[in-house]
Design a protein around this ligand. Structure first.
Ligand SMILES: [Zn+2]
Length: 155
């Protein structure tokens, strides 16, 4: 099966979309998703966005979601497929937007190196364990009683 992905340059948010409001960014991502879905006749209704690193490697898998404060971007590592965290999109020129741009670039670089983001201590680590469907914790924070394997019971 062929899975289409939309690749963004790491500077997408710093340049092309720097003047767009959070809601406009979400609108634009949805427009792109539908255009690619139609062009590829792909059935899965989910976003498939990859944010590349400055050296052109796949860094993050990102997904856009709107909320009361404009919207967020959910991030996963394109290498380990583990979940990282959500970032608030924020409005142009704000500290929130500045943090988004910085975090996306840093996270894409770390993820492309194969590192994982520990959900407990919020650090990038080389040694980690996975749990659930997309969780990761560093070997120090990992607790098998808390960090359970995926629930495949179907209930
Ligand atoms: Zn940790």
């Amino acid at each position: 099966m062929i899975t289409p992905f939309i690749h963004f340059d790491y500077q997408q948010f710093a340049y092309d979309w720097s003047e767009l409001t959070a809601s406009k960014i979400i609108e634009e991502s949805e427009r792109l998703r539908i255009a690619v879905k139609q062009a590829t006749d792909y059935v899965w209704d989910n976003t498939h966005f990859i944010l590349e690193t400055s050296s052109g490697q796949a860094g993050l898998i990102i997904q856009f979601a709107s909320d009361d404060e404009g919207g967020i971007i959910e991030c996963w590592s394109a290498r380990t497929r583990c979940s990282i965290d959500c970032l608030r999109i924020g409005e142009p020129g704000t500290e929130t937007r500045k943090k988004l741009v910085e975090s996306l670039e840093e996270w894409a670089d770390q993820a492309a190196k194969g590192k994982a983001y520990c959900c407990e201590c919020h650090k990038w680590v080389d040694a980690f364990k996975t749990f659930g469907f997309a969780g990761s914790a560093c070997v120090t924070c990992y607790n098998p009683k808390k960090h359970l394997p995926p629930d495949t019971s179907g209930s």
